[in-house]
Design a protein around this ligand. Sequence first.
Ligand SMILES: NC(=O)c1ccc[n+]([C@@H]2O[C@H](COP(=O)([O-])OP(=O)(O)OC[C@H]3O[C@@H](n4cnc5c(N)ncnc54)[C@H](OP(=O)(O)O)[C@@H]3O)[C@@H](O)[C@H]2O)c1
Length: 376
Amino acid sequence: MAAILVVRSAGLAGHQLSPIAGVAVLQTRGVHNNVIPTGAHTPRGRGGRSSFSGICATVFGGTGFLGRYVINKLGRDGSQIVVPHRCDWYNTLYLRPMGDLGQIVFSELDERDPESYRKMLKHSNVVINMIGRDWETRNFKFEEVNIDLARTIAQLCKEEGVERLIHVSSLNADPNSPSKLYRTKFEGEEAVKEAFPDATILRPAQMFGREDRFLNYYANLRAFGGVPLISRGRKTIRQPVYVGDVATAIINAAKERDAKGKTFELVGPNRYYLYDMVEYIYRVMHRTPFIYPYPKFLYMLAARFGELKWRPLLTRDQVIRDHHTDETTAGVPGLEDLGVTPTSLEAGAISVLRRHRIHRWYEEAVDDIQPAKTAS
Ligand SMILES: NC(=O)c1ccc[n+]([C@@H]2O[C@H](COP(=O)([O-])OP(=O)(O)OC[C@H]3O[C@@H](n4cnc5c(N)ncnc54)[C@H](OP(=O)(O)O)[C@@H]3O)[C@@H](O)[C@H]2O)c1
């Protein structure tokens, strides 16, 4: 879109120039100016960053934790990526080098306007929805983010003839869960399936990776003198998954025709009691764990205060989720069915936890650290 402005320039200081009229053309680029046109999505080149994989993907939630891994992998593959963002343009800069020149197209999203979503996805053959938030904000409740936005994107994908929709939900999504996030994630899945029956739904467990809100969270709790856990974490079993594995699964699901209309549960290879897992985290950090029991009602009370901050330190829903045992559904396919071998916590924890060590660069072989005890 171009706008023509007629400007009157003032005379230069010291010169007797009469005001002159000039014409300036202001150009703003839309997504349609930058992406490969629909119908031209044929793979080209030998594969890799400088070729074209045949995928033109709109990645909603690309500025998030999982999003950066997905964009990185798509970029390395030679895919074209549209990244709708609502944050400041400056905060998307780190994503730019992840693809070849011109392959990553950033566009500002008006998160309240469905037409804005339509513009973002109408030129793509793949849409990945990773929009989510761990807490409710004044502007967006879980229902709006997990159900309404998910439904809107799925409906628009159907209307615009998008070939593949990958919707990221959550493990433990359940209509009867005590956690509102899990309940709304389940309802979101239903809304997506209704609007776009061929959508692939992925339910990752809690993800760990460099910038996670999982291992880093437990590591940072040492500032409170130790790790408070309901029943000392001996009644909760977790099965965390590596974020890179989830990103690979998303891309494989977009390419795999058999994944259409299916739900996948993405979990790590091992199950751990929360207590054993936190103990292991502190072993990797070379710090002594102090895990103390904390009654649920006190935890909920603390969370009520935590919720007062605009970016909550802790929420009551998080307390429930943190102490919820991860359950997979019998017969539902997993990471291996998408061609991914799950990475164990022991293999990935060091890259996250090194910065929490007392002596950050003290090189002890990772193998010397006793692995976490697994739950049967
Ligand atoms: N992290 C986990 O361990 C985990 C586990 C299971 C499932 N999941 C699910 O996986 C998905 C990705 O998780 P994540 O950890 O990458 O999340 P994240 O880091 O919180 O990022 C969420 C993304 O969603 C965007 N977003 C949030 N609210 C929005 C709104 N109202 N309108 C438009 N965009 C909005 C954010 O944009 P801004 O950057 O502008 O805020 C960001 O790009 C989510 O659906 C999450 O529920 C995550």
